[in-house]
Design a protein around this ligand. Structure first.
Ligand code: ZN
Length: 321
């Protein structure tokens, strides 16, 4: 064979090797876009952790402190090295299971004189209130709003450890001037039930204060009807007006739906509960004693009343541990 023939044969061989290399090594790796989407990391906002399930992107987060446990997710390396991704991750909700105390407050103000026994019973002094908040903080309680409790039930969110709901009935101005600064200093949340016809009246919250509280994202504003009447003795039409009108006005002034309700005087029956449901509320609190559980009727939730005479020792016995 001539030298030129050998050179031509070597060139052909080299070309074949190069072609083989291109086919074997040059193929792009699996594009990342084809990896399972459930690798997306849990999102976090406003202290909430949300873990997607079924591989779907996390839905819009509620502004709350409800935590969902992070589901262990496959690593990217595992999948890129050929391990079958397996079935989609099963939702692993750790839903609300433990009892939740919903504390009921009215006034946070200096104690009235002995001629006002009702007022005294409804009053917790600022000093006692501060001590109660300190107790809750030091014993690991985490405040949530009533709306967050409702979301936990509906969406099977887990609750933070030792959850507690702090509610304030009637919408007294001292919530803004006295209770809220103490709550805010501890990053505590609260739910305030206002009587819409009394807003701006002497001793009651103003619309400006209510809007300001609402915009903090730490205070939920709920309805306590228009006129604080006993709904069980009103005609269906009159009761419906109290429920719907107050909800509409609050929603209009705040710019978002209002989901929580407190029965005036704690008075309710099955007919009133149905009207509350029809009016669009998702949660309603009573004055019946007890802790809320997942089995509680969300429109007839029990509460724990905090009296003017409630001591720290009493409070400790009123809370689940
Ligand atoms: Zn009331």
């Amino acid at each position: 064979m001539g030298r030129s023939l050998v050179r031509a044969w070597l060139c052909s061989l080299l070309a074949l090797v190069l072609l083989a290399c291109r086919v074997g090594l040059g193929t792009p790796a699996q594009p990342l876009a084809q990896l399972p989407t459930r690798q997306s990391r849990p999102s976090q906002a406003h202290g909430a952790v949300f873990s997607p399930s079924h591989g779907s992107a996390p839905p819009a987060l509620p502004s709350c402190h409800i935590a969902h446990p992070a589901t262990p997710l496959p690593t990217r390396a595992t999948n890129r090295h050929g391990t079958p991704p397996g079935p989609p991750a099963q939702p692993s909700p750790a839903p609300w299971r433990t009892p939740v105390p919903i504390l009921m407050y009215h006034y946070i103000r200096p104690m009235p004189g002995p001629t006002d026994p009702v007022g005294r019973d409804l009053t917790v002094t600022p000093a006692h209130f501060a001590q109660q908040l300190a107790y809750l903080a030091s014993h690991g309680y985490h405040t949530i709003t009533l709306k967050e409790l409702s979301l936990a039930r509906a969406h099977r969110y887990a609750l933070p450890p030792h959850p507690v709901v702090l509610t304030f009935d009637d919408g007294y101005e001292d919530f803004y001037t006295t209770a809220w600064p103490l709550l805010r200093s501890r990053h505590f949340e609260a739910t305030v039930f206002v009587i819409t016809a009394l807003i701006g009246h002497r001793g009651y919250l103003t619309w400006g204060q209510i809007r300001q509280l609402d915009r903090t994202g730490m205070v939920e504003i709920g309805s306590h009807t228009v006129n604080h009447l006993d709904l069980t003795v009103l005609s269906p039409a009159a009761a419906r007006y109290q429920l719907v009108q107050s909800r509409l006005e609050l929603a209009s002034r705040l710019g978002h739906p209002v989901d929580s309700f407190s029965y005036p005087g704690g008075r309710f029956n099955s007919r009133v509960v149905e009207l509350v449901r029809e009016a669009g509320y998702r949660s309603a609190v009573t004055t019946l004693y007890g802790w809320a559980t997942p089995r509680s009727n969300p429109l007839a939730l029990p509460r724990v009343r905090i009296h003017g005479s409630t001591t720290l020792s009493d409070l400790a016995h009123l809370l689940p541990r």
